[in-house]
Design a protein around this ligand. Structure first.
Ligand SMILES: [Zn+2]
Length: 400
């Protein structure tokens, strides 16, 4: 009989001691796991007539038991510090005799960090990359959600400095209340610059909790300059440039800018070349942008806008030079019907007079600065290319 009854009693104790430890004086001591800052209740049974019951919680706290009927008493305590374990004892006779009741392991929850929900680009804030981060307070032993967790969890980057750039957002803390049920979500917003101007996008941000350990031990990595639509281009840049083109094309006040931006049919692929803001391949209607070019991320000094306009102008120039005689756009002398504008290497020039931005290339010579005199375009091997660049710059400066 003894051999069969003892295991049953022990199983009963294990089952009942998950959150409320139940003790009988015959002895039933088990390890009990409780969370820090969470009320832990011990109940004990004493012989009939006991009135001076006590519980020693093992951390210097001794409380009187409160009768709850059927010769049972209970007391509650909240541990505020994690412990490997604390020996909890009960007394039915005012502390004259103590009975070991439980070894209580006081655990801190860990915080599980996950990206939650879709990436959102905010067109009202430079197409910032906004993400949800879900924090779940979990049992460090198994990762199960700890729904009773309340308190403040501090948040920081782990060795990275993504959200401190350009007015990005990372909350320094979040506070769990009872209604959160151990799960809370917060938002981050990134406007990080290139890691290396012109060539390298930013590394992923790493986010951690600082006053609770991260479950799994690894800080959460948050990719930057995401290509969510999978076409190879950085989304913030792609969508921003498309929006710029669309705005000019649909609501530009001037016919020239409306027409020219409407010729651009594709944006991308991104280019990542030193000192290169954008590119346009002749005979195409595609512009290529370098997201990492200096001042592109925030369009500082209208740099991204200028790159878009400049490359769009090249699309127009290409389109113009490929028109057959008689189908020119506009009504003036044109690169393909004015013999002055043919050059030995086959380069041609955009139409001169249809639009006000068009440059007058008459008289330009190889190696001579043209147009605005800034010296940028005088190092080409032909005389046509400086004029093409100068024309694109004039257009860009007119409409930026
Ligand atoms: Zn150019």
């Amino acid at each position: 009989m003894v051999l069969s009854r003892l295991p049953v009693a022990r199983v009963l104790c294990v089952v009942l001691m998950c959150f409320v430890a139940v003790f009988v004086l015959s002895g039933c001591e088990e390890k009990v796991y409780v969370f820090v800052n969470t009320e832990y209740t011990v109940s004990a049974e004493c012989p009939p007539g006991c009135t001076n019951t006590k519980v020693d919680f093992g951390d210097g706290t001794i409380k009187n038991g409160t009768p709850i009927g059927n010769n049972r008493y209970q007391a509650s305590h909240t541990y505020t510090t994690p412990y490997d374990y604390r020996q909890v004892k009960c007394s039915c006779d005012n502390g004259n005799t103590w009975h070991d009741k439980a070894k209580v392991v006081v655990m801190k929850p860990k915080m599980k960090l996950e990206i939650f929900g879709p990436l959102i680009l905010d067109p009202n804030n430079h197409y910032s990359e906004s993400r949800g981060i879900r924090v779940t307070a979990v049992d460090p032993r198994n990762g199960n959600t700890f729904p009773k967790f309340v308190g403040t969890v501090n948040i920081a980057e782990d060795g990275t400095s993504i959200y401190s750039q350009n007015g990005g957002i990372l909350p320094s803390s979040i506070t769990f209340t009872a209604s959160d049920q151990g799960v809370k979500t917060f938002g981050v917003e990134s406007l990080a610059d290139a890691k290396v101007p012109f060539t390298t996008k930013p590394d992923p941000a790493k986010i951690k909790t600082t006053n609770y350990e991260v479950y799994g031990g690894q800080s959460l990595e948050v990719e930057q300059w995401v290509d969510n639509n999978g076409n190879g281009d950085v989304d913030w840049c792609e969508y921003w440039v498309l929006a710029m083109l669309s705005n000019y094309h649909t609501s530009g006040s001037d016919a020239e800018v409306r027409f020219i931006t409407g010729l651009v049919t594709h944006v991308g692929p991104d280019i990542w070349e030193a000192n290169t803001y954008g590119k346009m391949d002749w005979d195409s209607t595609r512009i290529k942008i370098n997201p990492a070019a200096t001042n592109h991320r925030l369009d500082t000094n209208d740099q991204l806008t200028m790159t878009v306009l400049h490359e769009s102008r090249h699309v127009y120039q290409s389109w113009e030079t490929n028109q057959n005689v008689g189908t020119d756009h506009g009504d003036g002398p044109d690169n393909d019907d004015d013999p002055r504008l043919f050059f030995p290497d086959g380069d041609r020039l955009p139409e001169q007079v249809t639009y006000t931005s068009a440059n007058n290339p008459n008289g330009i010579q190889d190696g001579v600065d043209v147009g605005n005199g800034d010296g940028d375009h005088d190092d080409y091997s032909t005389v046509a290319e400086p004029a093409i660049e100068d024309d694109a710059d004039e257009f860009m400066n007119n409409y930026k």
